[in-house]
Design a protein around this ligand. Structure first.
Ligand code: NZQ
Ligand code: ZN
Length: 394
């Protein structure tokens, strides 16, 4: 196990209707002037918007709406204007990962006097400046942003989608599984696959340890079991609760301590989202089984076999279990009714394969730090493999 530091300062308020009694004080502890950040309208349809406004009735609330999936830098720029103009004290993000990610960078941008895209390109700048406290109400189980310092912001002008970290994770995150009852089947599946992928990025590691491996195996099993239940019955509280807490636990830093942490499929998917604006979790679901096939070798077979036994409950010799685990991963993703090929999300030719592969390798350091290192031509081969479902039993 490698040396590590672990600290997470996010306060979690988990459960039904906690916002009605606890939101006001959680926000007001930081001041009176609030920037309320939300997305395209789901919180108005669900009635959550009215509950939030009621809870904050005695505070000065300024709004920034319309944060899009794969949040764009223009929204962050608009937020920067508002936090500066209104001398905002605290940012309240109500929505999925895109809203919370944008809110975190807006929270830093108050203390930066130039284009906030600089803060995305160079996270180091965010550690040199202050950051407003962020409180959030999570409405979609997927990213883990509710308890980590990460944000992923897109710049459509440059076809870039980049991760950035800041000094603070959200100060307080409200996790009420009932708020996810209204999430569409598409986003429910994508969110579950995102959680699965976060585990995969951390499970397949050059220096795994038994503590984090065991925790991840439990989280994997929770996601694999509960995603189909939530799809079949969107109002199943326990299934939604399991997905929500698994989302948080999979990416709050707890399960990667002591590991090397060389992520692969995320940098590759971020290129697909950057060029084609596809749903993050769906892109991960397309690329993950191909990445597994390409990564399986004599050297990695024992880890894939452990994955097959502990996560999928498979039995047999290592070679059989390792192969079976990859097929089981493909089957589970397919069972969630999302596309399993690039043409399924509208990517029908290889126009951008070289550019995306080069950028993925550069941004993600895939030729140096990945679990199995990849060169640009290897990433192109993964994209090509994802053009059809050949290679998997259908
Ligand atoms: O915009 P609204 O109207 O709210 O609708 C959203 C959006 O259209 C909708 N939605 C959210 N909650 C809902 C709901 N619809 C009905 N009922 C609800 N309760 O769902 C759509 C997608 O929302 P989005 O926030 O984009 O989804 P998600 O949470 O999956 O976030 C994806 C973004 O997070 C990034 C991804 O790359 C992507 O940009 N990630 C962030 C990470 C982090 N900060 O740690 C890590 C992840 O790996 C990921 O890269
Ligand atoms: Zn992800």
């Amino acid at each position: 196990m490698n040396n590590f530091n672990f600290q997470n300062k996010t306060a979690i308020r988990f459960g039904k209707n906690v916002i009605d009694t606890e939101l006001h004080d959680a926000v007001a502890q930081f001041g009176q002037r609030v920037l309320l950040v939300f997305g395209g309208g789901s919180i108005k349809q669900s009635g959550l918007y009215d509950r939030v406004r009621d809870a904050l009735a005695d505070l000065e609330v300024v709004e920034l709406s319309g944060i899009a999936p794969n949040p764009k830098i223009d929204s962050v720029r608009a937020g920067q204007d508002l936090v500066k103009t209104h001398d905002i004290d605290v940012v309240l993000a109500v929505g999925g990962g895109s809203v919370i990610d944008a809110a975190k960078v807006i929270a830093s941008s108050k203390f930066y006097d130039a284009d906030p895209w600089d803060l995305v390109v160079a996270s180091s700048k965010r550690y040199e400046i202050a950051q407003l406290p962020v409180v959030d109400i999570l409405t979609l189980s997927a990213t883990g942003t509710e308890m980590n310092v990460g944000s992923v912001i897109s710049n459509p002008e440059t076809n870039q989608k980049l991760g950035t970290g800041g000094p603070n994770s959200p100060a307080v995150s409200f996790l009420d599984p009932t708020l996810t009852f209204s999430v569409s089947p598409w986003q429910t599946a994508a969110g579950a696959i995102d959680i699965f992928s976060h585990l995969t990025e951390q499970y397949f590691d050059q220096t795994p340890n038994d503590v984090t491996s065991g925790m991840m195996a439990g989280l994997y099993r929770a996601v694999i079991k509960n995603a189909p239940i939530a799809l079949a019955n969107p109002n199943d509280y326990d299934a939604r609760a399991a997905l929500m807490w698994a989302s948080t636990m999979a990416l709050n830093g707890l399960v990667d301590v002591g590991n090397t942490n060389g992520w692969t499929v995320h940098p590759i998917e971020h290129e697909l989202s950057a060029y084609y604006d596809i749903t993050h979790g769906v892109g991960l679901g397309i690329m993950t089984p191909r990445w597994m096939q390409r990564s399986l070798s004599a050297e990695t077979q024992p880890r894939f076999a452990q994955f097959g036994r502990e996560v999928w409950g498979l039995t047999g010799d290592d070679a059989t279990v390792a192969q079976g685990a990859i097929q089981a991963t493909f089957d589970w993703i397919k069972s969630l009714n999302v596309p399993t090929t690039l043409p399924g999300v509208g990517i029908t030719d290889d126009t951008h394969f070289d550019a995306m592969a080069n950028s993925a390798v550069t941004v993600g350091h895939l030729d140096q730090a990945a679990y199995v290192t990849l060169q640009p031509q290897d990433v192109v081969a993964l994209f090509q493999a994802a053009m059809t479902d050949d290679g998997f039993v259908k």
